[in-house]
Design a protein around this ligand. Sequence first.
Ligand SMILES: C[S@@+](CC[C@H](N)C(=O)[O-])C[C@H]1O[C@@H](n2cnc3c(N)ncnc32)[C@H](O)[C@@H]1O
Length: 273
Amino acid sequence: MHPDLTGANTLRPKAQTDSRLSGIGAPTPWYRVGAIPDAREGIRVVESGMDTSASDPSGESARVVRVFDHLADGYDRQITWSERLLLGDARRWAVAAARGEVVEIGTGTGLNLPAYGPDVTRVTGIDISAAMLDRARARLNSAEIDQDRFLLRHGDAQALALPDEVADTVVSTYALCSIPDPAAAVAEAWRVLRPGGAFVLAEHGLPDNRFGAALLRAAEPLAVRLSADHLSRDPLPLLRQAGFELEQVARSGRGNMVVRALARKPLSSAIPN
Ligand SMILES: C[S@@+](CC[C@H](N)C(=O)[O-])C[C@H]1O[C@@H](n2cnc3c(N)ncnc32)[C@H](O)[C@@H]1O
């Protein structure tokens, strides 16, 4: 494992608010991440020193943080119902496809984390919302897992504080729909992946029936405002434009509204010596 991936040198004392968060609106003190009662101290959250003010002058990332900080309490309930009624079990597929050193972007409340199997050596879960990471941390600390395999980072998928080519797999489940600049996040996934590595994603989009698609298009402005959810966003063109080879693409869920994709960074993209 690349030593920088642990972020060990960037761990800050608890109860410290990072001034570099000033670019994303009212900063959430990151000590909140560890403030919930834990049975064990185990899992750490590393502050990645986000500053989205330069890349995101519109302030949309700040708004996304506020939305998910607000939704965090009810998120698991809400996504569980959405998966039962609409989305199905695509996250299970995504987790099963991961191998080696894994970076999960928009990890949220960490629903996927305890499910990574023995083919995964380590998982770094990254999210821009400290409140969502609160839940991920609590989940990991109460799970029967080898805690050394997990690291949580408070950071921005549009500008990952990770070195180039450190990951074997980047995973995103229902995260690209909420990231303000998804092309930037895909470009970052490409950068941190080793040549031959895979970007595995499960994402919802429009159903294949006209009525359902029209309904979701009509609801999209409200969904973006209330839950930072771009209902009609299609990740596949973004993956192709970034240079990924689409090795597996499948649709599932109600009206085939979920796309599962395994996108490979070609071996030929290795930087020549
Ligand atoms: C709909 S939730 C999905 C959470 C989780 N992946 C799941 O499958 O349940 C989207 C997550 O993406 C996170 N997110 C949005 N923009 C982000 C960004 N720029 N960088 C990192 N995480 C981001 C949100 O905070 C939220 O936790």
